[in-house]
Design a protein around this ligand. Sequence first.
Ligand code: R5P
Length: 289
Amino acid sequence: MIVTSGSSNPTFAKDLARLMGVEYKAARIGHFPDGELHITVPRDKETILVQSLALNPNEYMMELLLMLDYLESKGSEVTAVIPYLAYARQDEEFHSGEAISFHTIAKLLQHYCDNAIMIDVHLHRIGNIKKMLPKAVNVSVMPLIGEYLKRHVKFQNPVVIGPDEESEQWAKQIANILNCDHDIFIKKRFSSTKVAEMEPKSLNLKGRDVVIIDDIISTGGTIANAVKIAKKHGAKKISVACAHGLFVGGAVGKIKPYVSNILSTDTVPGKYSKIRAAPAVANYLKKRK
Ligand code: R5P
């Protein structure tokens, strides 16, 4: 067995290889003068192919498809590890005429390699990855985030908050590890004269250290808003954490001045990707054997 990768996240791939005790072999990835990809793919009887699809999703997706198709054609038993699955957020035709990218991506993966391991896929409306990719597995890095926070951040009377209802599952998991309360923000106080405002569903945040957890931080809008609400409700020290830190569109500038910590796992490489995510995949692979 070997681990190889596309160009999106070799650090994750090397970490996974180390944890699995197998060799990491780099693919040679270049371009023809017209921009087409030219890839030379290492392989073994079993090949774990790591490719995250963040920040340059179209190029990375094409790398993934070329590599998968080649490996399958050579009879290698392939497991695709996709630390960040792009295109999952458009899972509906929200406005008439919009292409539903999650369907397209799922069909492509299903065709080229249905044996895929992903991490905290955005499944707000779908619920279960099996509905889209029956053989795929969705592992969670939320326990790793919880353990990291427990070891590296000092809290006083902490509470873990999800910025919306979907994120309650993660707030609860992390709160269990930190042995503290959790809550979510919900819209309250509808009236004809007052615009709905987000508020904590049930807890008082006054004087407490707050951790805000989400699956993705992209433009930072959701988290920045949650930070504002937490501050308004008297939160003391605020830390924000996510599985996938894309941090595009000036996200960090919107958050940094108001928080003590910004943390992400390394499903997407970057300055704030301090939490290793490969152990979640290695644990799953070791159990699968
Ligand atoms: C939304 O459903 C997701 O869970 C995240 O809250 C969202 O993708 C974050 O995006 P942004 O950082 O652009 O607000």
